[in-house]
Design a protein around this ligand. Structure first.
Ligand code: NAD
Ligand code: IPM
Ligand code: MN
Length: 359
């Protein structure tokens, strides 16, 4: 197959983990006879530095013309004091909005080789297999009005029926394809947007009689993700709750650096992006964990291009390198020296090659 992929490395560790992910893509192309045309574009701080715009028009055009987009991460202290229209994060929010990517899928599954790296007890972490379906283009992040003066600030929390319906449908369909359990997470004891959310989930569940639905409040969900995370199958929630709960849940696997995601219109087209940020504290040191970016490539191949074999090969290579006890420094190394980003990536590439030979 021939596919065009726009690569947006971004800032901080973004370019480091993206480079690793691109090497994996190139290996897959060679091994499985695909052509991946890669086109690089600017976003975030890198774009602000180059053209004073966190999302240049040219970047949007390239993304629109491609079959999928691979994103690193944006942001960093260099731009933290900028006015809000010149913040790197604005570029990421704008590309999600402009491409209509309302569904952010964040799968969290225990990895046997990493159970010692999880902050949770092994018995609690080992059964975890859940997906957070995060609404991505509505709510507090986007709604107007918003305002800030020196002694007054306003953010609006708005959700329309249409925005809630489409993400809830996405989550029901996903739950149906998994273990048939959906937790809808809100703050309906306080917020009107959550009351509407709950009402719509109740209406929708009639159409999915095979899915068991539970409504949960976001505060106790945060607690249960630590005490009994294996109780969850699919979680659906609004933008900001999903942002927070997914960073919390990510570390059950051992590190935030393990978690991939897709941000789509519900049809596979979209951004494939690690859930972590630009990690300014470790940027430029070649020590970032590239697994989240590499596993995002696997999600892209599976969901955007229906390349199941290739996606499984990547996941298999990542798990096998971890099983062999090779870790980056964010994961417990049990006395072994941690590998750098490029060394760990080289192991994954070797594994991909050897898997192919033994096929
Ligand atoms: P962060 O995710 O960048 O880092 C949080 C912690 O996790 C840091 O200690 C970091 O070193 C570690 N970490 C993250 N990814 C890692 C990896 N792959 N390997 C090893 N360790 C890793 O969050 P933050 O520090 O709160 O934010 C830093 C910047 O990133 C901010 O400007 C923020 O806006 C931005 N950000 C961007 C995205 C994105 O582009 N999708 C996501 C989150 C945060
Ligand atoms: C994420 C990030 C972004 C978000 C920021 C950088 C705007 O935290 O992708 O999780 O909150 O969506
Ligand atoms: Mn986040």
């Amino acid at each position: 197959m021939e596919k065009t992929i726009t690569v947006l490395p971004g800032d901080g560790i973004g370019p480091e983990v993206t480079e690793a992910a691109v090497k994996v893509l190139q290996t897959i192309a060679k091994r499985y006879n695909h052509i991946f045309n890669l086109q690089y574009a600017l976003i975030g701080g890198a774009a602000i530095d180059a053209c004073e715009n966190p999302l240049p028009e040219e970047t949007v055009e390239l993304c629109t013309q491609s079959d999928a987009v691979l994103l690193g991460a944006v942001g960093g202290p260099k731009w933290d004091q900028n006015p809000s229209h010149l913040r790197p994060e604005k570029g990421l929010l704008a590309i999600r909005k402009q491409l209509g990517l309302f569904a952010n899928i964040r799968p969290i599954k225990a990895i046997p080789a990493l159970l010692d790296a999880s902050p949770l007890k092994k018995e609690i972490a080992q059964e975890v297999d859940l997906v957070i379906v995060r609404e991505l283009t509505g709510g507090l992040y986007f709604a107007e009005p918003r305002k800030k003066t020196n002694d007054y600030a306003l953010d609006s929390l708005v959700y329309t029926r249409e925005e809630i319906e489409r993400i809830v449908d996405t989550a029901f369909l996903l739950a149906r394809s998994r273990r048939g359990k959906l937790a809808s997470v809100d703050k309906a004891n306080v917020l009107d947007t959550s009351k509407l959310w709950r009402q719509i989930v109740e209406e929708k569940k009639v159409g999915y009689p095979d899915v068991e639905v539970e409504h949960m409040l976001v505060d106790s969900t945060a607690m249960k993700l630590i005490t009994k995370p294996s109780a969850f199958d699919v979680i659906v929630t609004e933008n900001m709750f999903g942002d927070i709960l997914s960073d919390e849940a990510s570390v059950i696997t051992g590190s935030l650096g393990m978690l991939p995601s897709s941000s789509t219109r519900g049809d596979g087209f979209g951004l494939y992006e690690p859930i972590h940020g630009s990690a300014p504290d470790i940027a430029g040191k070649n020590i970032a964990n590239p697994a989240a970016a590499i596993l995002s490539v696997a999600m892209m191949l599976r969901d955007a291009f229906q390349m199941e074999t290739e996606a499984s090969a990547i996941e298999g290579a990542v798990f096998s390198v971890l099983n062999d006890g090779h870790f980056t420094s964010d994961l417990q190394t049990k006395g072994k020296p941690a590998l750098s980003t490029t060394e760990w990536t080289a192991k994954v590439l070797e594994e991909l090659d050897s898997e192919f030979v033994s096929d």
